[in-house]
Design a protein around this ligand. Structure first.
Ligand SMILES: [Zn+2]
Length: 228
């Protein structure tokens, strides 16, 4: 029996047959991922098995490496990272305000003005990433404030070369790296929580990681997801 499901933007074909174990195979050449498993195995178990291996799957699917966004030309047909997915980019010109339209199945559409160059297109996409983050971050902060019994005064989004986030403890201000809009949402939550833990513990001390374990027990997996 054949089934397929999509997780983190990856379509996985499942074949149930007379086997003892669950087998996962990745074919980086054409992006195919297959699972063969025992006939009676529950969907839930298959899903959990797959979820745990998403970073591994992504890593193996990415050979050869995808074009990094730094090298994008912002033209139709390129692949763009959005919330951990790779979306196909469509660029079209119109005498209307510049806009980004994103949907999982249809990819990501950039409406630009006639003659907009690479720099203008890049700026447009970046402002959209920023807006995505600015929508998500306040929700995360207000979710975590009562759980952690801390309060954040202000947050911001900026481009950073070496860090995913920073926290100014005195001003209780959190900065989030713009790149996080390209990663799985679990990564953003991990960074927000990490920065908020600094409001309880300044240093990356044992206590810091104890607090991380307490608030976000799976933070290590999220960290791995961030670098894949
Ligand atoms: Zn830190």
């Amino acid at each position: 029996m054949k089934q397929s499901f999509t997780i983190s933007g990856i379509t996985i074909d499942v074949t149930r047959k007379n086997v003892k174990n669950l087998n996962l195979r990745v074919y980086p050449s054409d992006g195919r991922v297959t699972i063969s498993c025992p006939r009676m195995l529950s969907y839930k178990k298959i899903l959990r098995f797959t979820e745990e291996r998403i970073p591994w799957i992504k890593k193996h699917l990415q050979r050869p490496k995808p074009k990094s966004s730094a090298k994008l030309d912002y033209v139709t047909g390129e692949m763009v990272s959005v919330w951990g997915d790779r979306l196909k980019l469509t660029v079209f010109e119109a005498n209307k305000p510049r806009e980004v339209l994103a949907e999982n199945a249809g990819g990501i559409h950039l409406r630009v003005k006639p003659g907009d160059d690479r720099e203008k297109r890049k700026k447009l996409l970046e402002s959209w990433y920023r807006a995505e983050l600015k929508r998500e971050i306040p929700q995360l902060i207000s979710e975590w404030e009562p759980r952690m019994e801390v309060s954040v005064c202000e947050f911001g989004v900026k481009k950073m070369k070496t860090r995913w986030g920073t926290c100014n403890i005195r001003d209780r201000r959190v900065w989030i790296n713009l790149e996080l809009a390209k990663k799985h949402p679990d990564c953003l939550e991990f960074i927000v929580v990490h920065e908020m833990v600094h409001l309880l513990e300044r240093l990356h001390s044992k206590r810091f990681y104890r607090l991380m374990d307490q608030f976000l027990p799976d933070w290590r997996e999220r960290e791995k997801l961030l670098i894949t």
